[in-house]
Design a binder for this molecule. Structure first.
Ligand SMILES: [Zn+2]
Length: 355
């Protein structure tokens, strides 16, 4: 039996590259991993702030090619050996209203990249040369000709479409503000403009966000605001003649002020999408304002099937702007450096592991 390599998270901040037996026939679907994208959740996992059941191969934004598949899995998915696919990490229960409607599962039965190596056949995460796909995974095909770096953006771009277009039912010609210029905020800018909307403004907070706000401008944001220098609410009310915008998407994590900002710059009858997790309740959440101004407040989590399909369509269209997002790639031996770049590099947006 030949061996394959994978980066195992052995404890907070501690990665060890280990050899595993290559999974054989009868293992369901086996994927040769081309790339695994990283997001803030990977940082939380590596730091130990997400509970795991022992040593784990992380990685849940996976791109690869099917090298072996058993008949049951093939019949259930329509996939064949040689298919190139993107693999959303979330598993599906198959029974909830989301699953039955070919949408995201509402039951959260588990996620690739969070299952322990002690659970056979161990290779459940994307920081690996090879992984085994759960029969509760629903991969989507992607064209073989797409460069790896662009294809690996499927998850963050999918979030852009799910959060900025699908959740607020965004119409062409509508106006949008995106709070936070991280990888998902920038994806929201791309998705909203692709859907024919105007991105009136994007906010950031100095430091690393200076570069990201430049990228937001290149993606079509009409105004960028460093909130340390200027009020995003004043800017948006100023450029909309006091009306506000149709949709505000808050992607900022751990900050509660942007929720108040969002509610203060959305037009009457407009929609605020809450995407960034705060880790705490929002003090003074103005329910009367929401009622009196007839606002819709929409929570979002992960990526819808529709979002994935639109992201793949954008990637396959050959849009070269996407290359502004792909800033760093690292091998399996350099997972800590990859996470460090994602957390600290001034120009880091999308970081991927390419085993
Ligand atoms: Zn389900």
């Amino acid at each position: 039996m030949s061996k394959v390599r994978a980066a195992v998270l052995d404890g907070p901040g501690r990665f060890v590259v280990r050899d595993f037996e290559r999974p054989g026939a009868g293992s369901g679907a086996v994927l040769e991993v081309e790339a695994c994208g990283l997001c803030g959740t990977d940082l939380d996992v590596a730091r130990g702030s997400v509970p795991l059941r022992g040593p784990t191969i992380p990685g849940h934004e996976i791109l690869g090619t099917i090298s072996s598949i058993d008949d049951t899995y093939a019949a259930g998915t329509g996939l064949r050996v040689g298919d190139r696919v993107v693999v959303p990490g979330e598993l599906h229960c198959g029974a909830c209203i989301g699953c039955l409607g070919d949408e995201s599962c509402l039951a959260s039965p588990g996620t690739h990249g969070f299952l322990p190596v002690e659970l056979a056949p161990s290779l459940w995460g994307g920081y690996a040369e090879v992984m085994v796909l759960s029969d509760r995974t629903r991969p989507l095909a992607i064209d073989r000709s797409v460069p790896i770096a662009r294809a690996a953006l499927f998850n963050l771009l999918g979030a852009g479409y799910s959060w900025a277009v699908e959740a607020p039912v965004l119409e062409p010609g509508q106006t949008v503000v995106v709070l936070g210029p991280g990888q998902r905020g920038l994806a929201c800018v791309l998705a909203a403009t692709d859907a024919g909307a105007r991105v009136v403004a994007v906010s950031g907070a100095g430091g690393r966000d200076v570069h990201r706000l430049d990228v937001a401008s290149a993606f079509g944001a009409e105004h960028t605001v460093d909130v340390g220098e200027r009020s995003i609410v004043e800017c948006v009310l100023d450029v909309t003649g006091g009306l506000g915008v149709d949709v505000v998407v808050d992607t900022t994590p751990h900050a509660t002020a942007p929720v108040h900002d969002a509610l203060a710059m959305v037009r009457p009858g407009g929609t605020v999408v809450l995407a960034g997790l705060k880790g705490t309740p929002v003090d003074g959440f103005p329910t009367d304002t929401i009622a009196l101004r007839r606002l819709t407040v929409r929570g979002v989590r992960a990526v819808s099937r529709h979002g994935f399909r639109r992201a793949i369509a954008l990637i396959e269209s050959g849009d070269e702007r996407l290359d502004r997002l792909t800033t760093h790639r690292f091998g399996l031996d350099d997972v800590p450096a990859a996470l460090d770049a994602l957390a600290h590099d001034a120009d880091a947006i999308a970081v991927a592991i390419t085993p």
